[in-house]
Design a protein around this ligand. Structure first.
Ligand code: AGP
Length: 597
């Protein structure tokens, strides 16, 4: 998704802005640009491709105030003329915009009739001309007038040639203001600014801010002043850097023992203060999320039903709003690591409209989802930069175990002895995760063997059916090998037709009540000459008999088995991608945070 950066202060703005822009690269982009104010005029540079291309053409742009943008093409191709920032007709105003303006065609038509000349095919450019047209007594009033005309989502940053301020606004697209000492910053997310500050003001929907080197003032769209305290974020700049790892994805996979530990800290043995007691009285639970977060929700269904016996369903966020109301006000759990995914925000709003109590499971303090729900469980994974979700998935599962325990406790659904056992297993999870990581080289060797496959199946049953979906998603998005997650029992109902000696099958075989059936599925697959890589549990001596390769994770309760197994599959997809030379942290066509529906 597009990224916005802005700086106003006394330092060399170009250097800071480009540094921050690079820290947003992980969001995905196809062009970039920067606008700076110097000596009462705006200088502008844009280019297609990586930020390094922009650096090579921009030279030394002087000034202490500027804005920049990385664009992920939606309206109009990824060309230089469609790259942000955009200027008004006379080059006095520059804007950058994230989001989608739904009424831009009408606005553009009208502006063209009035004589405005457009340089791009984008929806965003209308902002520059609307602000120019407003011609008010301050840049703030001009931006407010422009905002009153647009419909859709936006995060914008605006500068004017003779002003020492940045005006920003947001509606359904993320934007944070970083507070410095005699300097202030703007960015699409906090990780871009951690090198410069830990203090942030989170702009909310339909709010505008005027930012100078020494002040931040917030207003609503009618121009009324709003008071907002800044928040300190504990993440450090090192958390958002690669620290010697070749890729963020690998670093984040290896951070999982710590992320699990942090996410459990102070939350076991009845200290789950974040969860109000009334949640334990729910009649049913509905979980919503997208992509990996949806897969966490699918695992969550099994966890919640097993521990609390509360009927639980899980739905893809973008489908939730179209589904009929069949349950009477379930507790709705919205899972989103970024807290900014448009589909999940829309689902949270819909749940409230339906009168449901809502919980968010998110990794980002102050993110948009936290304002759409009644309660938040934070996952404490630290910043996740790699586009592929890894440590946030595992910590989402931790949040779901905690939620399930709380719901179960409130309904007396588990005995205190069972609860003690569960807690003791949870305390063991960081060690378990570490043990899988210690075997990374063995997984690397397996990945080398399977790297040339065009298509793979990932199969599992019960709680590890969603693990298979997540393993397949990781493989698809990172290594570009087509990965298909399937409930093992379904293969014979169609997909077996696709199997051959060129179609490896990754079979998750956990020693639970599905084990014998899984062995049957492995035999069924092997009989079609498809090579089987079985992922099983330490001590299993049977898998070897049917599978071509076996990877064993440490002994674990079946309920917790998705954690070590997904870590193994994350490593597998990482090494597949590495061997295939894929751009692991920035896979083609996808973005870390998807802020459009
Ligand atoms: C998975 O690796 C992806 N990053 C993607 O599926 C992601 O989980 C999805 O877009 C939802 O994001 P969220 O958790 O920030 O809402």
């Amino acid at each position: 998704m597009c990224g916005i950066v802005g700086y106003v202060g006394s330092k060399d703005a170009q250097e800071i802005i480009i540094d921050c822009l690079k820290r947003l690269e992980y969001r995905g982009y196809d062009s970039a640009g920067i606008a700076m104010i110097s000596d009462g005029s705006i200088s502008l540079k844009k280019s297609v491709g990586e930020i390094s291309v922009l650096e090579s053409i921009m030279g030394n742009m002087e000034g202490n105030l500027g804005i920049a943008h990385t664009r992920w093409a939606t309206h109009g191709k990824p060309t230089e003329k469609n790259a942000h920032p955009f200027l008004d007709c006379v080059g006095k105003i520059a804007i950058v915009h994230n989001g989608i303006l739904t009424n831009y065609m009408d606005l553009r038509e009208q502006l063209v009739k009035e004589g405005h000349e457009f340089a791009s095919e984008t929806d965003s450019e209308v902002f520059a001309h609307l602000i120019e047209k407003s011609a008010g007594d301050s840049l703030m009033s001009e931006v407010l007038a422009a905002l009153s005309k647009v419909e859709g989502s936006y995060a914008i940053a605006v500068i004017k040639n003779d002003n020492e301020e940045i005006i920003v606004a947001r509606n359904e697209s993320p934007l944070v203001i970083g507070i410095g000492h005699r300097e202030n910053f703007v960015a699409s997310d906090v990780t871009a600014l951690l090198k410069y500050t830990n203090e942030f003001v989170h702009l909310q929907d339909k709010e505008v801010a005027r930012i100078t080197a020494n002040s931040v003032e917030i207003f609503d769209l009618a121009g009324n002043s709003i008071q907002r305290e800044s928040k300190r974020i504990s993440w450090s700049v090192e958390d958002a850097e690669r620290s010697g790892y070749p890729h963020f994805m690998l670093k984040e996979i290896f951070e999982q023992p710590q992320a699990i530990h942090e996410s459990l800290l102070g939350r076991l043995e009845g200290q789950e203060d974040e969860l109000p007691f009334f949640y334990s009285r729910v009649g049913s639970v509905k979980i919503v999320g997208c992509g990996t977060s949806y897969h966490a929700g699918l695992v969550g269904k099994y966890i919640i039903e097993e521990l609390s016996k509360v009927p639980t369903t899980c739905q893809i966020s973008s489908e939730y709003r179209y589904s009929p109301i069949t349950e009477s006000k379930p507790l709705v759990v919205c899972i989103t690591q970024s807290g900014e995914t448009a589909d999940t925000l829309a689902a949270a709003r819909e749940a409230r409209k339906r009168g449901c109590k809502t919980i968010a499971i998110t990794n980002v303090l102050g993110s948009a989802i936290t304002r759409e729900v009644d309660t938040v469980i934070y996952t404490r994974a630290g910043p996740e930069i790699g586009v592929a979700a890894t440590k946030t998935f595992v910590t989402q599962l931790i949040a779901l175990y905690l939620l399930a325990l709380r719901v179960a406790g409130g309904r007396n659904a588990i005995t205190s002895e069972h609860r003690r056992e569960i807690i003791s297993s949870m305390r063991n999870l960081p060690r378990l995760a570490q043990n899988v990581l210690n075997d990374a080289e063995r997984i690397h060797t397996l990945a080398k063997k399977y790297k040339d496959a065009h298509s793979m199946f990932f199969i599992g049953r019960h709680i590890n059916y969603p693990t298979s979906l997540e393993g397949a998603l990781k493989t698809k998005e990172i290594s570009y090998i087509h990965g298909e997650g399937y409930p093992a029992g379904e293969l014979k109902h169609g997909p077996l037709a696709l199997l051959s000696c060129d179609t490896p099958v990754i079979a998750i075989c956990v020693r639970d009540h599905t084990y014998e059936k899984m062995l049957g599925n492995v035999r069924e697959v092997a009989a079609r000459d498809a090579p089987v890589l079985a992922v099983g549990i330490e001590g299993d001596i049977d898998l070897d008999k049917f599978a071509e390769d076996v990877f064993l994770v440490p002994e674990v309760e079946p309920l917790f088995s998705p954690i070590p197994i997904i870590i193994a599959l994350q490593l597998f997809s990482y090494y597949l991608a590495l061997e295939r030379g894929c751009p692991i942290d920035k896979p083609r066509n996808i973005a870390k945070t998807v802020t459009v529906e």
